[in-house]
Ligand binder design. Structure first.
Ligand SMILES: NC(=O)CC[C@H](N)C(=O)O
Length: 211
């Protein structure tokens, strides 16, 4: 598979906060046209949207303050394909187990997430994940203050899990926790493919979620 199939797809990157430039670089290299999204008007005509890693509570505050949150919520409801990484996964979650006071998400994805489930910055880790739906090779995944999926609804497809014992967090969940999920046109990962050079999730989003 090459990026060539995607030439012409217009993909927005939520750009009020987070590692926007990294996603723009990967999507552009894969042949997509990319538009930063900061307002409701920026959503017009998009084939898909990426919500980057960053800080979900800040994304929430800014997107409500600047009035783009209802438009993103509506676009998700109307079936816009969206890929959220890390904080982006939290923004797509229907429910946040440990929100910062009053924190809201866009929702759409029938999951409950725990923010910082693998611990803080110093407990960041990298691992190779088996994700047969997405790639024949193990996917290189970087976890930075990453969320875990505590609950996934019946329509949610779990694409990859990691043992919760990876976590240095004493509050960690038990067993294996989902870290990559898909529900129809919504895709989310706890980790950051945009910073690893492993583009298999972006390719999957462009070739199998958007089209
Ligand atoms: N690397 C990340 O995106 C971290 C997410 C962050 N812990 C949050 O709550 O938004």
């Amino acid at each position: 598979m090459t990026g060539g199939h995607n030439t012409g797809s217009l993909v927005g990157v939520f750009a009020l906060q987070g590692d926007v430039a990294e996603h723009v670089r990967v999507l552009t290299a894969l042949g997509a046209r990319v538009r930063p999204v900061r307002s409701a008007a920026d959503l017009a005509g998009l084939d898909g949207l990426v919500i980057p890693g960053g800080e979900s509570s800040v994304m929430d505050k800014l997107s409500r303050l600047l009035g783009v949150a209802p438009a993103i919520r509506q676009a998700i409801g109307e079936g816009l394909p969206v890929y959220g990484t890390c904080a982006g996964m939290i923004m797509l979650a229907e429910s946040i187990a440990n929100p910062i006071a009053g924190q809201q998400s866009f929702g759409g994805l029938d999951i409950t997430v725990q923010r910082n489930a693998f611990g803080g910055q110093v407990e960041s880790f990298e691992t190779a994940l088996e994700v047969p739906e997405v790639s024949g090779d193990p996917v290189h995944a970087v976890f930075i203050r990453a969320p875990a999926v505590l609950r996934a609804g019946p329509d949610v497809q779990v694409l990859a899990t990691v043992p919760a014992s990876r976590s240095g967090n004493p509050e960690r969940p038990a067993g294996d926790v989902p870290v990559a999920v898909r529900q129809g046109r919504l895709l989310a990962t706890s980790f950051h493919p945009e910073v690893t050079g492993d583009w298999s999730f972006h390719r999957y989003f462009l070739e199998h979620v958007i089209r």
